[in-house]
Design a protein around this ligand. Sequence first.
Ligand SMILES: [Zn+2]
Length: 442
Amino acid sequence: MKQAFRGSVLHFLGDPTESGRADTFEYHEDGLLIVEDGHVAGLGNARALLPTLHGAAALTDCTGKLIVPGFIDGHIHFVQTDVIASYGRRLLDWLEQYTFPAERAFADEVHAREVARFFIAELLRNGTTTALVVGSVHPASVDAVFEAALARDMRLIAGKALMDRNCPEYLRDTAASGYADSAALIERWHGRGRMQYAITPRFAPSSTPEQLAAAGRLAREHPDVYVHTHVAENEEEVAWAKELFPERRSYLDIYDHYGLLRRRTALAHGIWLDDADLARVAATGAALVHCPACNLFLGSGLFDLRRAVAAGVPVALGTDVGGGTTFCMLRVLHEAYKVAQLRGISLSPHLAFYLATLGAARALDLDGRIGSFATGREADFIVLDPAATPLLARRTATARNISEKLFLLMTLGDDRAVARTYLMGKLRHDRDARDSAPGQGK
Ligand SMILES: [Zn+2]
């Protein structure tokens, strides 16, 4: 089936920070995105392309709106959906006080399925078409979120948390059971539909050396699955990791020692990494996931994006719900801008949107499939409304170019600016649809 979508269309071809590249993005004010059998089949000027279709494509008019590749959320906890916006704690006591009790509830599969359905709908409502998801320690939590994503043919990466110490008894696995449960989930889910698995030690302090060794073994046995964890988010946490693994040079070195750094490793935060650590992340091909909304909310610190980029580290952005206070990547871009300001640089709207789309796809080794409108890519895209609110409409009317429009969307926009979300060319969220099924996030 052939479809065509007419509107302003923007996607990235390269990294805007690479010097000497003038062609890092492609923008058509009156553009046409052509989709065939769920994949991108063409992109160009609408007036030029429309006659070539000879009426053989279903045309959707998105005039006045901006079509971009769907957002990629590089780090989010679906099992923390119900503790988002919990008051008054920092990372370690926030985990104790709010997170662990909430994750306990995922021992109940009915609860896991209910939250998973809401979670996936909420991602789509916010324009996120792929996410890297942390589950609870219970394998059934991961089954639940994969089932909900599979039902919508959404590309999703997820894993069960490995945690065998320094957490409540009721949330502990063991090195052996964590290994076996993860192996079974890989067998069941990795490569099924658009599902991919991530080996997910929660963070070094909550795993014994035996468990990290088992995770490393699993990673060696499955070279194409992801590794997903946290590193150097908060200073108390860094000190604690050092205390627990005194023989390791740094927090990052713990993961390195157990063979967990490689291409397809995503490390959330990395605020407190030193230069040697950053060089090591870059050398191994791992990526950092910057989660500014969470870092500000938990008071963890200010990530230095410029330093990471200069070190050659691939960077994605994440909401980190429930430490993060939004599912919306537009708001994450806004928070990233403010964190960068406090670090003495201004995050350009082009770099911000790149990091949420193609940049994240590259960091996660998915740029051959998603993140841009290159021919053959999976047609996961969103339709943004630059006039979503009276203020956004008023201010956008004065915008002189696409760069200013993008900046207004990321600064004044939120879920209301996401008019539609498409997965593989299929409409999966329509802001303006009048009736929606219960549990669809409306
Ligand atoms: Zn996290």
